[in-house]
Write a new protein. Sequence first.
Length: 174
Amino acid sequence: MTDRPEIAVVRWPDRDPGARPQEGPAELLAAYHLRTQAEKGEAVAAVDDLPERYRAEIADPEAAFAADVVLLALGGGAGNAGDAAVGCLVVTDPVEGGAEIKRLWTDPAYRGRGVASGLVRAALAWAARSGVRTLRLSVWEWRTDAIALYERLGFTVTASWDERERLVCMERAV
């Protein structure tokens, strides 16, 4: 017997709206953006203090990512039935054979349980089925655990397509 919860990765847009966690994606995105702002040295006290583009994602993730694929990791344990959103990842709508991974986040209580790697593997599988030839992503250089995860999953550092300092750009053939 183990207390490790079962994790299921689902493609959010295809789920029955009645079965989809309503607050989970917004809560995960809020945690992601608040943590990122703090790590950049621009800590804010609340979601309302985030830049508008991030507030829009949190307020209505379904609209913000309408053209994209949103993957959620649903976890059980600690009294929930396995339908709590414990991780998320967005894959942008493919353009010219490529797509981008964005917003990978795992609830800190579920880290170390394969949530992030499961989400990235699900994104790679979706990309392969969808004819995407290359997946790319950008990650802040201080997120060394995330960089190590991406490298283990076959992503390599590439020339930057983003002008922001301290951003590492990576890609992988699908």
